[in-house]
Design a binder for this molecule. Structure first.
Ligand code: ADP
Length: 767
């Protein structure tokens, strides 16, 4: 302490010290060198040193490293300026801890201005600094967090209009730097968004809302509009509530908005699409099976608007049973991931419903799409079609039944006419009648052929024709055909040549005969001069039967069509006296039925060759159930043989009776099965042969009658069954042994041949 100090000053000092001795803040006096002259109790208390430990020592000895220079510098400052304020340094306490203090004070001088000492008050600012540090840290953390979140920051001094925009805020707009004022933001707002955005901002500034939040478009550095989300809050207001500071963030939501827009557009397109399907009801059920998307048509169906339908459950729209059924389907779709399709009928209309799963991102079904198509019109047409088909089938069945019945009924009188013609031929002695009788015979033959054709077509159409495949000598069939057509050919001046053939073939002789008849008669019909040759050629396991003619031929472009039903060529050279245009159609269909290959080669003006391939049968040389078709001569008749004739049609019975008698047989006639049975019991001996119609009145048919007659007489009387029934092939399967089947109208030659065959008189030898 300076020796020049006055007494007054010391008195005031003493007073001063006492005052500060009791003060709660650390107080100390320093000399001009920075040594401690005085410390108060608070000083001892705060730093833990006793007075004697510190007095006389440099204050700098108690400071932490780094602060040593602070003090001399401060002291120097004091010396020049006088007042000391806010010098901060850290003091090392006695217990080893440290305290951050802020020092304030003043330099005291004597009257002459000589330095006396410096008094200082220390304020412990350790806690305050800690809080400031924590604040600083949290600010830093907030800044880092904002940077990480990619949001731009702004800090607006509302009354001055000055705004701090963070670098990220600028970069969202593609700017390096912007003016720090409010209009930097406001001037960039899209005109459509501006009124809305400013309105909500002003109401927040006015204290009407707790925060501000707006999506809006701003113009970026390239002049493009980008979508941002602005958020902010007033953080400081004056006493009257006027906003002073507002801070906030800006997020770039452009990509999100674009995606949202794309989604919106695609939803709009989807909506347009489902509404465009004006006939179909389109509904999307969400995961709880409530309506999520519906189209106009669906709304019409349920008599509601599209908006009203959204969110509705099925139960709210339909009957409980129907809703239950639909929900079961929907569950099935979700559980299986597969579509379900069903039809239903509602309010007078039919719907074809298709429920399909809608998959989520993981590919799992989460919703159900329903498309319901109104198929009422289709159903009506299907019904009409089915009705029309039924009607057509009924009509076709009626036609088939009619033709079957008509055929039977037509055959009966034809059989009678044919028999009467034969009686006339046998008994005629007048040369004048010979011509007309022959013409009658030709007319009957033509009629028979036409009838055969019609009946064959009918049988084919009714699919009633079942081939009865057997092995037989083809030679017999060919010689029969030769006899049949020889005269016609000769009359036309044609040579009809049959090349001899001894092959045994496997086919249905009746159907094969129809085929060959058609081909031979065509060959004769369409040949004006030259010849018709029927020859056979073995080709592997098959026999190729060829019918060649030197006729008019068929143009190439017509060669396929001639096999169609009722197709005839408009050829002036052809003979129109016969034919319906169905001969070749029958040939084709019968060949298909028999699985025989049919072929044709024709050159107009030169001739045609039709050929059919028939399987050869080498295993058996024995023919079965076939009439030996050799030409009849009346002296072939086994005269005297007795015949029991059973026929229910009076005219046919009469005609056949007359014919058989004329042929020299002894004939007993019966018109029913009962009459035949009665007759056979009363007559002895039993007849040599039975000739019976297949269809007889009552329960008993011809085949059964034969069995009964044989049982009654105890003798296996040979029998011939005549039938006009179109199901001949089936019938033949049920014939008793030692009996033959002849189709009506049977020619007299056939009848005589059959009788001879059954009675063991082979007649003339086969070729
Ligand atoms: P159609 O009753 O008219 O003979 P088809 O079905 O048997 O009927 O024959 C159809 C058409 O094929 C005949 O109208 C005829 O023009 C032609 N045709 C058939 N066979 C011959 C043939 N051998 N030579 C020339 N033309 C033929």
């Amino acid at each position: 302490m300076s020796s020049s100090k006055s007494t007054d000053v010391l008195a005031s000092e003493t007073h001063f010290y006492r005052l500060y001795e009791e003060a709660p803040l650390p107080f100390l006096l320093l000399d001009g060198e920075g040594r401690l002259i005085k410390v108060n109790q608070a000083c001892e208390h705060v730093f833990g040193y006793r007075r004697e430990e510190v007095l006389g020592r440099y204050l700098g000895d108690f400071l932490l490293q780094g602060f040593e220079d602070t003090l001399p510098h401060a002291v120097h400052e004091f010396a020049s300026s006088g007042p000391i304020s806010g010098i901060e340094f850290e003091v090392r306490c006695k217990d080893g801890t440290s305290k951050l203090v802020s020092m304030s004070g003043h330099i005291v001088r004597d009257d002459q201005g000589q330095y006396l000492y410096t008094y200082c008050i220390l304020i412990d600012i350790t806690d305050r600094k800690g809080i400031e540090k924590a604040l600083q840290d949290s600010d830093e953390k907030y800044r880092l967090a904002m940077e990480a979140s990619q949001d731009g920051l702004w800090d607006w001094e509302v009354n001055t209009g000055s705004v701090y925009y963070s670098p990220r805020w600028n970069s969202i707009l593609g700017e390096k730097e912007t003016q720090n004022n409010y209009s930097t933001w406001e001037d960039r707002i899209h005109p459509e968004d501006k009124p809305r955005v400013l309105k909500t901002l002003h109401s927040h500034l006015a204290g009407e809302t707790t925060a501000w939040r707006e999506e809006h478009r701003l113009k970026n550095a390239d002049g493009e509009w980008i979508w941002v989300l602005g958020r902010g809050r007033v953080v400081k207001r004056d006493q009257r509530g006027k906003p002073l500071r507002m801070v906030g963030t800006m997020s770039d939501i452009n990509d999100h908005k674009q995606a949202e827009k794309a989604l919106h557009n695609s939803e709009e397109r989807l909506k347009a699409l489902i509404n465009a399907t004006s006939d179909d009801v389109v509904v999307l059920l969400d995961s709880s099976f409530r309506m999520e998307i519906v189209n106009e048509r669906a709304a019409q169906r349920f008599c509601k608007t599209v908006e009203q339908l959204k969110g509705c459950s099925l139960g709210e729209l339909m009957s409980p049973e129907r809703a239950k059924e639909r929900l079961e389907y929907a569950h099935k779709v979700i559980n299986s991931g597969k579509s379900v399709r069903f039809e239903d009928y509602r309010a007078g209309r039919w719907y074809d419903n298709n429920m399909s799963p809608v998959l989520n991102d993981e590919g799992k079904p989460q919703a159900v799409a329903i498309f319901a198509r109104d198929i009422t019109e289709r159903k009506r047409m299907e019904r009409a079609l089915a009705d029309a088909k039924d009607a057509a089938e009924r009509a076709s069945a009626t036609k088939t039944r009619f033709l079957a019945a008509a055929s039977h009924d037509l055959r009966q009188p034809l059989q009678a006419i044919s028999s009467y013609k034969d009686i006339l031929t046998l008994n005629n002695t007048s040369p004048e009648l010979a011509g007309p009788i022959k013409q009658l015979g030709d007319a009957v033959l033509a009629m028979q052929e036409l009838l055969e054709c019609l009946l064959d077509v009918n049988k084919l159409n009714a699919a009633a024709l079942k081939p009865y495949m057997r092995s037989f000598y083809l030679g017999h069939l060919l010689s029969q055909l030769k006899d049949q057509y020889q005269t016609t050919a000769m009359e036309k001046g044609l040579v009809l040549k049959f090349v001899p053939c001894n092959a045994v073939v496997h086919s249905d002789p009746t159907l094969l005969r129809v085929i060959l008849q058609n081909l031979i008669s065509n060959a004769i019909k369409y040949t004006q001069q030259g010849k018709v040759v029927i020859g056979c050629r073995r080709l592997g396991g098959q026999l190729r039967i060829e019918i060649r003619d030197t006729g008019i031929g068929i143009p190439e472009e017509e060669q396929e069509s001639v096999f169609e039903e009722f197709y005839q060529l408009d050829n002036p050279a052809r003979d129109r006296s016969k034919g319906l245009g169905i001969g070749l159609a029958i040939v084709k269909r019968m060949a298909e039925l028999l699985k025989h290959t049919l072929s044709m080669h024709s050159v107009p003006g030169k001739g045609s060759c039709f050929a059919i391939r028939v399987p050869l049968d080498y295993r058996t040389q024995k023919e079965t159930h076939v009439v030996n078709p050799v030409a009849l001569k009346t002296d072939d008749v086994s005269t005297g043989s007795s015949i029991l004739l059973v026929e229910d049609d009076e005219i046919v019975l009469h005609a056949s009776y007359g014919l058989l008698q004329a042929l020299g047989y002894t004939v007993k006639a019966a018109s029913s099965a009962e009459a035949a049975l009665r007759l056979i019991l009363s007559e002895t001996p039993a007849p040599d042969i039975i000739v019976t119609d297949y269809r007889l009145p009552g329960d008993c048919d011809g085949a059964e009658l034969i069995q009964q007659l044989r049982a009654k007489t105890g003798s296996p009387i040979p029998a011939i069954v005549l039938t006009g029934d179109t199901t001949i092939a089936d019938t033949s399967n049920y014939l008793p042994d030692n009996s033959l089947l002849l189709e009506k109208p049977a020619r007299v030659e056939e009848l005589v041949l059959a009788i001879n065959q059954l009675l063991g008189n082979p007649g003339p030898a086969a070729e």
